[in-house]
Each structure stands twice: as structure tokens, then as C-alpha cells.
Design a protein around this ligand. Structure first.
Ligand SMILES: [Fe+2]
Length: 349
């Protein structure tokens, strides 16, 4: 594995970058929301690992609609998931929101979620929520290969994500294994291809891929021609294209399709903690996110993540979610702890 180095590496800035990377793709370091300096005891406490800007848009609209105050505590998927497991029934959290499913599974497997209201589940197609009904999908994101056409011919694009372990891709691709996004992709690979194939793939990555801090750093490196291709989620590319395309203008996206692990669609989750003393308000919040208003904010805002419910379409020019030919994976089955172990063994963490 090559660790990407830059002029920042030996400076204090690298410490800041590392902290940012740990808290998800674009989130700031863990913090309480500044807007909630003196929350009332009735306020809903949301442990938020989704992108801060999106959740803040949701909360503003929800509070306006219902008068229910919300306090946000930001962090990464694994950080907040592990915190909830540690806190157990003593947690002050009412709701948990993530970017990806493995952290939801972690909390689900610890028996800490209350069942989601059936009316909310009914808004979300079965593909985008766990069969358990103990949490629900609130957004989705697609795995893609971002590539630089100057360095990769279209004819040589890999048919499968698994092909990146083949020798022709040695030292020609990168990713951000330290982030929950990439780890979710590996968890899908583990579920679809099994442990031996995943181990082989991770070993190849450990030896022959370049490691970046996060999705944006990966995309920038491909754009700059430092590496021919990278595994990321789709929305970073579309956001950049909508702005100035300064970090993606030299790149294209390759969708694996064909129910390949590389076509994995990761479900962002929302769940109500069983220990919450605000069950009704917490269920209202989830219903709002999955409902027309919440999904419209998601579908029309800055985010470019996919709405998953209430029939709200994806933002143009995104390809429709059901056109991506994603593999069928029950989000409840994604095993975060095993992925961490395998990635650690491969020297990636
Ligand atoms: Fe992200």
C-alpha cells in the first residue's frame, strides 16, 4: 500500500485532516451543535453521523413544522455507533442517523433500537430498509469508480470491483479505507463474495493501492492524474460537477452495474433508541425524514444523495436509483466489526 503523502504530512494540518477523516466524509470534528446551546429537557437528542449540512436542513424544517427542538451531536458512523453500544440504556440519545448501514447493525445487534412505526416503514421500499424493521433507510448512495480517461481507456475499465485485485490494476487505483463509506462497500463484498475472496481483495489493496484520507482526496488525486482510478461514492463527483468541477473536471464515473459488489448501494439509516424517553417525538422525526418533506429536502438540496422513499425522484442529472442494477443486500447483515478485523489484518487500518 502506498500512503499518499503531501506537503501537509509533517505539519499540524495533517492532524486536523486526520480528525476530519475519522468523522466521516465531510463532517467536522465531533461536536455539539452550536445552535443548541441551551436545549430544553424536552429536546430530541440526535446522534448524527450523516453529513452535517443535510441533517441541519432536515432539523430546521422539522422544528419549523412541529415545534419540536432537536439537539445534534455529530460524529462518524463507527464512533457514534460504538458510543451508543457503550452507553447502552443510559444513553441520552433519542435517534441515531448514519451514512451507512454497518453502524446501524451494530446498534441493532446490541438490542438498543425500538421498532420503527409501521406507517414509516410503509413509506420505504423493502430494498432500502432492514428486514428487522428496527431501523429504516433514509437516504442511499452508490459505489462508483472515478477514473481519469487520460490514464484509463474505456475498454480496459474493470467489469467487476473484484478485478481491481488483478495484476493489471496493481498500483493503478486508490481509495479511503479509513472511512465508514469504504468500509460499507467492503461489508457488502463480504456478504456477497464471502470471506476468502474479500481477504484476497483486501490483501491486493494493501499491497497495490494508494490510500487516501477520504472520498474527496481520492477524487482529487484521480483528477490530478496522480492515480488512474479510485473507489468512491457518487455524490462527491456530482456535487463538484455542479459547482466548478475543479476537483473532477478531468474525470468520469464508471458504474459497475450487473449486481456487482461495485454496484453496491449503501443505505443511510435512521433509528429510535429503545431507551429514549421521547418515543413519540423520535418516531415523528423519523417519519418526517422518510416522508415527502424530508425526502424532498434530500432530493432537491445540495446533497446529491438518493431519496429512498415517498416516491421523491433523484436530483438531475443522477441516474435513477433503480437503474443502477445494484446487488440485493439486507442492510441488517452488513458486518462492520468483521470488516474492521479483515482490513486491519490486511494492513489497511
Ligand atoms: Fe459521505
Amino acid at each position: 500500500m502506498r500512503r499518499h503523502s503531501s506537503p501537509f504530512v509533517a505539519s499540524a494540518a495533517s492532524v486536523v485532516l486526520a480528525a476530519v477523516a475519522l468523522t466521516g466524509c465531510s463532517a467536522a470534528a465531533p461536536s455539539d451543535d452550536a445552535a443548541s446551546e441551551s436545549p430544553s429537557a424536552d429536546a430530541l437528542v440526535v446522534y448524527n453521523a450523516q453529513h452535517e449540512q443535510l441533517t441541519e436542513e432536515w432539523v430546521a424544517a422539522f422544528t419549523e413544522e412541529t415545534g419540536i427542538e432537536v439537539v445534534l451531536r455529530h460524529g462518524s458512523d463507527s464512533e457514534l455507533g460504538n458510543q451508543l453500544v457503550q452507553e447502552g440504556e443510559a444513553s441520552k440519545a433519542d435517534v441515531f442517523l448514519t451514512e451507512n448501514s454497518p453502524a446501524m447493525s451494530l446498534v441493532e445487534n446490541a438490542g438498543l433500537f425500538a421498532p420503527v412505526d409501521q406507517a414509516t416503514l410503509d413509506l420505504v421500499p423493502a430494498t432500502y430498509r432492514p428486514s428487522s424493521g428496527l431501523w429504516t433507510g433514509i437516504a442511499a448512495r452508490s459505489t462508483v469508480l472515478v477514473y481519469n480517461p487520460e490514464l484509463v481507456d474505456e475498454a480496459e475499465l474493470p467489469a467487476s470491483l473484484m478485478d481491481l485485485a488483478n495484476t493489471e490494476w496493481n498500483d493503478r487505483w486508490g481509495g479511503a479505507p479509513g472511512g465508514a463509506d469504504f468500509q460499507a462497500i467492503v461489508s457488502a463484498m463480504l456478504e456477497l463474495e464471502g470471506e476468502a475472496a474479500t481477504e484476497t481483495w483486501l490483501d491486493a489493496m494493501g499491497e497495490h493501492a494508494t490510500v487516501y484520507q477520504n472520498n474527496i482526496a481520492t477524487m482529487k488525486a484521480v483528477n490530478a492524474g496522480e492515480v488512474p482510478a479510485g473507489v468512491i461514492y457518487h455524490y462527491y463527483w456530482f456535487r463538484d460537477q455542479e459547482k466548478t468541477a475543479e476537483n473532477s473536471g478531468n474525470t468520469k464515473l464508471h458504474y459497475f452495474g450487473n449486481q456487482d459488489p461495485g454496484a453496491f448501494v449503501s443505505v443511510s439509516g435512521g433509528g429510535v433508541l429503545a431507551s429514549s424517553t421521547h418515543q413519540d417525538e423520535a418516531q415523528q422525526f423519523l417519519a418526517f425524514l422518510a416522508g415527502e418533506q424530508g425526502q424532498t429536502i434530500l432530493g432537491q438540496g445540495y446533497s446529491f444523495e438518493y431519496p429512498v422513499s415517498s416516491g421523491i425522484p433523484a436530483k438531475a442529472p443522477l441516474p435513477a436509483l433503480d437503474s443502477l442494477d445494484a446487488p440485493a443486500v439486507d442492510p441488517s447483515k452488513l458486518n462492520g466489526p468483521q470488516v474492521i478485523e479483515l482490513m486491519t489484518n490486511a494492513g489497511l487500518l
